[in-house]
Write a new protein. Structure first.
Length: 169
C-alpha cells in the first residue's frame, strides 16, 4: 500500500483529510482483516461499557448540566490537536462522520451540538474528570469506571498499532 505521510502537528483539517483519503483508498481492505474487525468490535463494546457506567454514576447528567446550563464544558479549542490521523481513521472505520468545520469558536473541533462526535477518543478525553465530579462521586464508583475506561484505552492502543502495521505493509 502506498501511504501518504501524516503528522500529529498538522492542522486538524489536514489530519481529517488524510484519514478520509485512507478510508476511501484502503477502508475495504482494512475491514477484510479479521484481527482488525475483531478489535473494532472489542473497542465498540468497551466504549459502550464505559458510557453505560458513566450514565449509571450520574456523570453524564452532571456534564450535560455543566455544558448546557452552566457554560463549563471542558472540551476547549485546541484539544483536537491531540488527535492524529490514525485515531481519526479508526473513527471512520467505526462509522463516525467527521466534521468539516468547528461548530463553536472556543470549543474543540470535534465537539458537536450534543457532545463529542467521536467514538474512539484520545486517552486524555477518555480519562478526564474534573474536580466538580471527583468531589461529588464516590471514589469506589470512580474506580469501577476507571476499570472500564482502561479496557477502552488498552483496546484502542492495540487497534491503533495493528492498523499502522497493516497499512505500512
Ligand atoms: S468533566 Fe467537569 S468541566 Fe467537563 S463537562 Fe463534566 S462537569 Fe463540566
Ligand atoms: S471529548 Fe471529544 S469534543 Fe471533547 S475534547 Fe475530546 S475530542 Fe474534543
Amino acid at each position: 500500500m502506498i501511504l501518504k505521510q501524516t503528522s500529529l502537528s498538522n492542522p486538524i483539517e489536514e489530519k481529517i483529510a488524510w484519514a478520509q483519503h485512507c478510508y476511501q483508498e484502503f477502508g475495504d481492505d482494512l475491514l477484510k482483516e479479521k484481527r482488525l474487525v475483531d478489535l473494532l468490535a472489542d473497542l465498540k463494546a468497551a466504549v459502550d461499557a464505559s458510557r453505560r457506567e458513566m450514565a449509571l454514576t450520574g456523570i453524564v447528567e452532571i456534564c450535560r448540566r455543566c455544558d448546557q446550563e452552566e457554560g463549563g464544558s471542558c472540551c476547549g479549542a485546541g484539544l483536537e490537536n491531540r488527535y492524529d490521523g490514525w485515531l481519526l481513521l479508526i473513527n471512520l472505520l467505526l462509522g463516525v462522520k467527521l466534521p468539516k468545520t468547528r461548530q463553536q469558536t472556543n470549543s474543540c473541533f470535534l465537539l458537536g451540538k450534543n457532545g463529542c462526535l467521536l467514538m474512539a477518543r484520545h486517552v486524555i478525553c477518555i480519562n478526564y474528570l474534573c474536580k466538580k465530579i471527583t468531589d461529588i462521586i464516590d471514589p469506589h464508583t470512580i474506580m469501577d469506571l476507571r476499570e472500564k475506561e482502561s479496557e477502552e484505552a488498552n483496546t484502542l492502543f492495540v487497534l491503533h498499532e495493528n492498523i499502522k502495521t497493516v497499512l505500512r505493509k
